[in-house]
Design a protein around this ligand. Structure first.
Ligand SMILES: [Zn+2]
Length: 359
C-alpha cells in the first residue's frame, strides 16, 4: 500500500487548476505522440517496472474499502496493457534477475509488471488481461493476509468511515473530529491513516481495533473474506506464469521496527510462499517503498536470506548501470486509478522521473 500525497484544504483549489492545466498539456502531448520520443532520454535498454496494487472500480456502488490503493479500473488496466504491448517488451522477473546478474541481455524497451499486497482483484480483473497478452507478472504478497478474513488496516479504516452514521467522533490518538460532508470525512480518514503509518506496530493495532467502536460501526465476520487471494488461488496463478515475491508478513514499514523483527517479517513471508507454492522466492518489495522505508541494513538481511532483487516505489525508469548498482533499491512507476491514458503514457515513458512530478 502506498498513499499518495495529501492535499490540504486551502491549497486544493489552486492545485486542482494546476492539475487540469497539466492534464491538458499531457493530453496534447499524448495526441501528438510526443512520449515515445521522450524515452530516448533513458535509452532503449532502460528497465521500466510498473507498480500496481488493486485493479477494480473504486466508484462502483458499495465500494467500501481504501480507494487510493486502487491502481486502475479493469477497463483502464486493459487499455494500459494494450499500450504496453505496442511500446514495450514485457519481461519476467527471472529475465530481469538474470539481466541484473549480467547473465543474459534483455530485449529493447523491457518492462516488468508488478502488483503489491495480494488482493483478490489481481486474479479477477488483471490476470485474464495478462493471460490474453501472454504477459508474465510478479505479485508481492503480505503473507499474513493471504487466505485470511483479516483486512489491511487502511481497508478497515475506510470501511468504518464509509459505514458510520456519525458526523462527529473521538478518534483513537487523534481526539475529537467532525465532518459535514463526504469530502471532509475522507480528509479526516486520510489524515488519521497518515498519522497511524508512523506508529510502532502495537500502538497501530490498538488504534485500529478501537476505530469501529469510535465510529459506532459493527463489522460482519465475513466483511473482508474476499478481499485478498487465497493460497489455492496463488498456486493456480503460479502454475500459469505469475511469479510471487515477498512483501513481509504483516506489512510494517521496516525502518520503523527493530532489525530482528524486520528479519522475521522478511524471512517469514519468504518461507510461507516457498512452502505454499514450491517455488523459490528471490524478490522483495518494501512496504510503502519510499526512500525512508528501506536502508543498507535491510538490504543486507535480504541478501543473506537469498534475495537478489528488491523493489521500491521511487519513480523509474532505470538505466542499466543504475539498476545493476542498486539491485536492492530498484525503481518502479506507481500507477494510480486517477491516471488516464495520457498520464499513464507520460509516467511509463519516464516523464514523471524526469520532471519530479508526484507519482
Ligand atoms: Zn504494500
Amino acid at each position: 500500500m502506498k498513499t499518495s500525497r495529501l492535499l490540504s484544504g486551502g491549497l486544493s483549489s489552486a492545485i486542482v487548476s494546476d492539475m487540469s492545466l497539466r492534464h491538458s498539456l499531457l493530453s496534447a502531448a499524448f495526441r501528438a505522440r510526443l512520449f515515445p520520443p521522450l524515452r530516448r532520454i533513458w535509452g532503449a535498454q532502460a528497465l521500466t517496472v510498473l507498480a500496481y496494487h488493486r485493479v477494480t472500480d473504486p466508484v462502483q456502488a458499495g465500494f467500501d474499502t481504501f480507494a487510493p490503493n486502487v491502481s486502475a479500473t479493469p477497463v483502464h488496466f486493459a487499455a494500459q496493457m494494450d499500450f504496453v504491448a505496442r511500446h514495450f517488451n514485457v519481461v519476467s522477473l527471472a529475465d530481469a534477475q538474470n539481466w541484473l546478474a549480467g547473465q543474459r541481455p534483455l530485449p529493447l524497451h523491457p518492462l516488468l509488471i508488478t502488483f503489491d499486497d495480494g488482493y483478490r482483484d489481481n486474479l479477477e480483473h488483471a490476470f485474464p488481461v495478462l493471460q490474453q497478452h501472454g504477459f508474465p507478472a510478479v505479485i508481492f504478497l503480505a503473507t499474513n493476509y493471504i487466505g485470511q478474513k483479516k483486512p489491511f488496516f487502511w481497508d478497515l479504516a475506510a470501511y468504518c468511515f464509509y459505514h458510520t452514521q456519525k458526523d462527529t467522533a473521538v478518534l483513537p490518538l487523534a481526539g475529537p473530529q467532525q465532518w459535514a460532508d463526504e469530502k471532509t470525512r475522507s480528509r479526516v480518514m486520510y489524515q488519521w491513516l497518515e498519522s497511524l503509518k508512523w506508529l510502532p506496530n502495537a500502538a497501530k493495532e490498538t488504534a485500529v481495533q478501537q476505530l469501529p467502536d469510535s465510529l459506532d460501526v459493527a463489522i460482519p465476520a465475513d466483511a473482508f473474506a474476499r478481499l485478498c487471494l487465497s493460497w489455492d488461488q496463488v498456486r493456480r496463478m503460479a502454475a500459469a506464469g505469475i511469479t510471487f515475491g515477498a512483501h513481509t508478513q504483516n506489512h510494517p514499514i521496516l525502518t520503523r521496527i527493530s532489525l530482528e523483527e524486520a528479519e522475521k517479517e522478511i524471512r517469514g513471508s519468504q518461507a510461507r510462499i516457498v512452502n505454499e507454492t514450491g517455488q523459490p522466492v528471490t524478490a522483495f518489495a518494501y512496504p510503502n517503498g519510499q526512500a525512508a522505508d528501506f536502508n543498507p541494513a535491510l538490504q543486507e538481511i535480504l541478501q543473506r536470506a537469498g534475495f537478489n532483487a528488491a523493489f521500491t516505489l521511487l519513480p523509474g525508469p532505470t538505466r542499466p548501470a543504475e539498476a545493476r548498482r542498486t539491485p536492492f533499491a530498484l525503481r518502479r512507476i506507481l500507477i494510480s486509478h486517477r491516471d488516464d491514458l495520457p498520464r499513464f503514457a507520460a509516467k511509463v515513458m519516464g516523464f514523471t522521473r524526469l520532471t519530479g512530478l508526484p507519482g
